[in-house]
Design a protein around this ligand. Structure first.
Ligand code: TXA
Ligand code: MG
Length: 457
């Protein structure tokens, strides 16, 4: 009999948690926010609270990681001090061992306790003692962006209670306080910081729904908490304030413009490069293939020029198009004449099925807020040919990411996965200007890592 891998024996459960129904968040004076001290009173009869507690127990006792939503993307979490459980993260994701994890905390007290070697330090106010383990440079950005999508690098405490594999041997560790109340509740109830990379299989696009996690990690982990789709859609901004000037190592939910408004961060510099990485990357994760669907991704600047795109369709049966600022699916129809001409030349017809974004998510996630989605099928005047009926036909599946960078960020990973599930061979994505600031730089950074080709149409 064929020997099975260990992980194929695991059955993966998806439990829904609506954070609005778990109980009451209680905040202490004077901060009255997650940056101050806070507590959670769970509702005794809530099945949402009961589901959350199952995840808490797994974090406390199991060596298999738990997937949970944050405001950026879904994370794959384990107790940051529990070496065996951290090993479980690397195993489930098949993540290279030299790519460190981000530590997630639910309060500043919890962060200071990692350093806490003498009692009393744990109550240090943010703008307080000089021996605060959080360097002064971070006070402005923490006050402004935590809880939220900003990861800061700190020097490891000595001795360090973190499992060594969290930091992959580096002398620093990345930490953030997520703004997702579900994530905060989970970490708070666990009672310890939770190390979590994005909950995708290594190299795949980061997951923004529980269905994405299930797709990648089914049979590899026991539990996924489904809290609905993530609001931000791209991962946190990673910054290093231990060097002068401070550096952005990964663009993300917090933009460089927003950072540079904070005292001490006026001269913040970009320390990442889009596209193919060369040399020694500052953030270890930067050197790996990332965000890649199975289909090849071609990033296109300029007009939707179908004739140009058909150059890349050799041997393809299905192509995906992700539109952003200017491309319109109707333009496929507008360029009908040239395509028909090309079809006559090559004997290939172009059949266009328009699928609205989110169709597959709706099928796979019970916590999708968008309600039932429609699938539009349109032929735009081309001969409509069913799958496999005519091997000379390229089917085009189009998905609209919206026009604003914030919306594009929310939908990007989901759209790449969705087009993959349609079985497309190639995905053309309409690029946006990375210099538009805000989230545009984060979107283009992820796209350049996913794309094998960047072209001008
Ligand atoms: O939004 C996020 O940050 C998500 C959610 C789950 O919180 N997490 C996430 O984790 O994106 P991950 O593992 O996919 O990416 C962590 C990034 C990697 O590029 C890693 O190399 C970098 O942070 N990183 C972590 N610790 C570091 C360190 N000590 N020095 C430099 N880079 C570090
Ligand atoms: Mg990741």
């Amino acid at each position: 009999m064929e020997k099975k891998d260990w992980y194929l024996e695991i059955s993966t459960q998806v439990l829904s948690v609506d954070v609005n129904h778990i109980g009451d968040f209680l905040f202490e004076e004077p901060e009255k926010s997650f940056l101050g001290n806070w507590d959670l009173r769970l509702s005794p009869d809530s099945h949402h609270a009961a589901n959350l507690l199952q995840a808490v127990r797994k974090l406390q006792t199991s060596d298999l990681p738990v997937a949970f939503p944050t405001e950026t993307v879904y994370g794959l979490g384990a107790g940051a001090t529990r070496g065996e459980a951290i090993a479980g993260i690397y195993k489930a994701k098949q993540r290279p061992a030299d790519n460190p994890l981000i530590v997630h905390i639910s309060s500043l007290t919890q962060l200071r306790q990692l350093f806490n070697l003498s009692p009393g330090l744990d109550k240090t106010p943010l703008d307080g003692f000089s021996h605060d383990p959080i360097p002064a440079i971070y006070h402005s950005v923490i006050s402004r962006f935590w809880p939220g999508p900003l990861t800061v690098l700190l020097r490891l405490p000595k001795p360090s209670p973190l499992a060594p594999s969290v930091t992959a041997g580096l002398p620093t560790f990345g930490v953030r306080m997520p703004s997702s109340r579900l994530a905060l509740a989970l970490i708070h109830l666990a009672g310890f910081p939770v190390a979590a990379p994005s909950a995708n299989a290594s190299t795949r696009p980061s997951p923004t729904t529980a269905a994405h996690v299930l797709h990648d990690l089914s049979g590899r982990i026991e539990l996924i908490i489904d809290g609905g789709p993530c609001q931000v859609g791209v991962e946190s901004t990673v910054v290093d304030g231990l060097v002068d000037p401070p550096v952005v190592l990964r663009p993300g939910g917090v933009s460089i413009e927003m950072l540079s408004q904070c005292p001490g961060w006026e001269h913040v510099v970009v320390g990442y490069r889009d596209g193919v990485e060369t040399g020694v990357p500052r953030a270890p994760g930067m050197k790996y293939k990332h965000y890649s669907p199975t289909a090849r991704v071609i990033l296109v600047h300029g007009k939707l020029n179908i004739q140009l795109l058909t150059k890349y369709l050799r041997g393809c049966k299905k192509a995906g198009i992700a539109t952003t600022k200017t491309w319109r699916v109707e333009d496929l129809a507008a360029s009908g004449a040239s395509i028909t001409q090309r079809a006559a030349e090559t004997g290939r017809a172009l059949c266009c099925s328009i699928v609205q974004h989110g169709t597959l998510d709706a099928m796979h996630s019970n916590a999708n807020n968008g309600g039932p989605r429609r699938t539009l099928m349109a032929t735009h005047g081309y001969e409509r040919v069913a799958d496999g009926e005519d091997s000379d036909t390229v089917h085009v599946v189009a998905t609209d990411l919206g026009t604003s960078p914030v919306t594009i960020a929310q939908k990007l990973f989901s759209a790449l996965r969705e087009l993959d599930m349609h079985g497309v061979d190639v995905i053309f994505v309409e690029g946006i200007g990375a210099d538009e600031g805000l989230t545009a730089a984060a979107v283009m950074n992820r796209l350049r890592k996913a794309a094998e080709l960047e072209i001008q149409s």
